[in-house]
Ligand binder design. Sequence first.
Ligand SMILES: *Cc1c(COP(=O)(O)O)cnc(C)c1O
Length: 491
Amino acid sequence: MSDSFRGAVDASDSQLSAESAAFRRALDVVRAVEPRVADAIGAELADQRESLKLIASENYASPAVLLAMGNWFSDKYAEGTVGRRFYAGCRNVDTVESVAAEHARELFGAAHAYVQPHSGIDANLVAFWAVLADRVEGPTLRRLSARHVNDLTEADWAVLRRELGDQRMLGMSLDAGGHLTHGFRPNISGKMFDQRSYGTDPATGLLDYAAVREAAREFRPLILVAGYSAYPRLVNFRIMREIADEVGATFLVDMAHFAGLVAGKVLTGDFDPVPHAHIVTTTTHKSLRGPRGGMVLCQPELAEQVDRGCPMVLGGPLPHVMAAKAVALAEARRPEFGDYARRVVDNAVALADGLLRRGATLVTGGTDNHLVLLDVAGYGLTGRQAESALLDAGIVTNRNAVPRDPNGAWYTSGIRVGTPALTTRGLGVAEMDEVAELMHTVLSQTTAGVGPDGSASKARYVLEEKVADEVSRRASELLSGHPLYPSVDLG
Ligand SMILES: *Cc1c(COP(=O)(O)O)cnc(C)c1O
């Protein structure tokens, strides 16, 4: 790898695409300090080019987005908000933060956008504290939310814990496709809130609005959360807002997974969260195809509290990532992004159809969005076995619980697949049938293995090497017609 990179140093930039020249030169600079890192960066591109990536939460950001992140904006501290910083010399950070927020507001039709969160989890924490500060009458909380967390004394915390004590959150259950940050134990949200979940109808697998309404009436949450990581259908946010209003809850939508479908105007009307929710959180790196990061959109009443995200919850903003968010959001405002978002859904529907035709079982029987959840019990496998066997054949997916999963959250009975990444590479509906064929071939030819003591194993599996190699070869062939980062040639 390093030899071929060295060859690149000699190539004349004028013969290269702008992207090739930029990345080659950048890697040369890195290589001069730590060659192993430059080589790993090059190897990562090669790995990504070769793998059939069906991870529903991943995508490929454009060269412009990637390049906007790799610079001296990373050197700048800019705690505070645009025009009100705790540090001097922030005028250029102000520019990129304002541009990113402007694009976000225009793109999503939101009254306010806060583009500082470093990730989706951070965006949710910012939103939760904003709602608490807005809604909880505790005078201490109000006073403290304007201060830095590090400045709180033990006595402050004791009062705060009493005031927060019984605040409630109602969100989608984990096994129905909800997210850890929606009040579940392994996440701080599960400690901040008294949580209850709503699930899906056991017969159809669809979100049961009557059950959500009943749970909300009984539980009377401060925050009603909608949004998911593994639910393959649409959510009617108008109905969810009506439920929130009926019980006086703040309605929060976490659109981390499907923000790209909202941006691309595939999800509109009742299915667009922005006009219905009081507050919307998202990641920027999933279907939205931006840099790794988060964002909060909200109604004007919550804007002031949301802007306190730093320093209440977040450290200094990442100006280089905000610059990349601005570039990605500008890209998402182009008409081509709408085409992309539509193709993501068309591809997911085609993939689901291809799997169903070959006899696979899908949770809810199909998809309306960018993801498909297979129940692999019909193949006699756990999610863990299926995930490993697919990976052996060059197909990257992740295991995921299915509703009321008998194998729990670790082994699971499901495989979650999504189309945002392959759609970015240019694969279309015809190729999705071949992807379904490759997946089905692997799953139907894999058998569950036995443990060292001869008992059935939930992790071991048997897949003949020649089957894995053959599928792998066909996957590479499929991808070779759709090169990843075609403008980037590292030599
Ligand atoms: C991915 C995801 C998150 C977390 O995003 P990170 O950037 O990994 O912190 C939060 N909520 C939902 C619904 C997600 O799918």
